[in-house]
Design a protein around this ligand. Structure first.
Ligand code: GFB
Length: 320
């Protein structure tokens, strides 16, 4: 059972701040948020210049640049189909990135590390909304077990370092994310970017229907990446946050309803069909957000507005 240390006053984030994974959707949002709040001395490295799968390279980077804070956004991520198809790579890469970064940080004087997890770490059949203390109380959802196990290992490593070495290494568990800079791959993406693309292409080609994966009945909660970035900064500016804090909206909707919202956003007027041969995944995944709310943070971007912004980003990114 994790402890909940006192919240403490808001503090400023020690610099230099290393944002690991700054080219991904979350990392980009975090860098924008840090800059908007006036933080300088932000360290970033592309995958080509620093391979976090390589322990030696990670160690050398920390020894040379001496960050004081790390925001660990680097990860191999993907939607339900990618997770199900490549469990070896999802487990291997996420374990290595977490181990290499957390260990190099600990050895080279990083006093504050915020690790990013995912709501899929909670047992498939845990009571909803999912509380942080549901962790490790039952079997995981099979479609993303490999990813979830790697994220649980990273979370636990942070908890152990905090307990054993007295360093404030802690984790945030975001719900399903979307936003600017998402991955719009037709098969490997999450549901929002995947459907924005499919509905857009159907509108352009004049198709009379779009097929969504699964039965359309699973429920998901969606948080915009800019809301997540604001929550992460809020956690980092909290002197002594809990080891694990859920970040979400506390509201979920059926995938079928999401598809209708996306059709409206894109301007597609045809029929929406389902494909039960594709996986549904977990029937429901909605976070209890009591802890982050008590710390004084709440989301600001409603789903409809967030979808409009993301569609605009998709059109820009794909040059359409
Ligand atoms: O976003 P998604 O891949 O994430 O799928 P998960 C959510 C739901 O949308 C599932 C349905 O029930 C899908 O069957 N869906 C319908 C679609 N049409 C589509 C589509 O075109 N593309 C996609 N991707 N889904 C992931 C995990 O699970 O969530 C990861 O695999 C991670 O590990 C991430 O935790 C947040 O919520 O099912």
């Amino acid at each position: 059972m994790q402890s909940t240390p006192p919240q403490g006053p808001l503090v400023s984030i020690p610099t230099p701040i290393f944002v690991a994974g700054h080219r991904g959707m979350v990392g980009r949002a975090v860098v924008r948020a840090l800059q908007a709040r006036g933080y300088g001395n932000i360290l970033t490295r592309s995958r080509e210049s620093l391979d976090l799968l390589d322990a030696g390279a990670a160690n050398d980077f920390f020894a040379r640049h001496q960050p004081k804070t790390v925001i660990l956004c680097a990860a191999r991520v993907g939607g339900i189909h990618a997770n199900r198809s490549f469990p070896t790579e999802f487990m291997r890469d996420n374990l290595l990135i977490a181990l290499n970064v957390i260990e190099a940080a600990r050895k080279h004087g990083v006093t504050r590390l915020l690790n990013l997890g995912s709501s899929c770490i909670y047992p498939r059949d845990a009571p909803q909304p999912l509380r942080e203390d549901a962790l490790l109380t039952g079997p995981l959802e099979p479609t993303n077990e490999a990813y979830a196990l790697a994220k649980i290992a990273a979370l636990k490593l942070c908890t152990y370092v905090r307990r054993q070495y007295g360093l404030c290494y802690h984790s945030a568990m975001p719900t399903n994310l979307y936003g600017t800079g998402d991955n719009y791959h037709p098969e490997h993406s999450h549901v929002i970017p995947g459907l924005l693309r499919r509905f857009h292409e159907a509108k352009v080609s004049g198709a009379d229907s779009v097929t969504i994966w699964g039965t359309g009945t699973p429920r998901r909660e969606f948080l915009h990446a800019d809301d997540l970035a604001a929550a992460l900064l809020h956690l980092l500016e909290t002197e002594s946050p809990p080891d694990v804090v859920n970040i979400g909206t506390g509201k979920d909707i059926p995938i079928r309803e999401l598809a209708t919202l996306i059709a409206e956003t894109v301007g597609f007027q045809g029929r929406i069909l389902t494909n039960p041969h594709m996986p549904d995944g977990t029937p429901r995944k909605c976070l209890d957000t009591g802890k982050i709310t008590a710390l004084g943070w709440s989301p600001r971007i409603p789903l409809k507005i967030g979808l409009k912004k993301t569609y605009a980003d998709f059109l820009l990114e794909s040059g359409r």
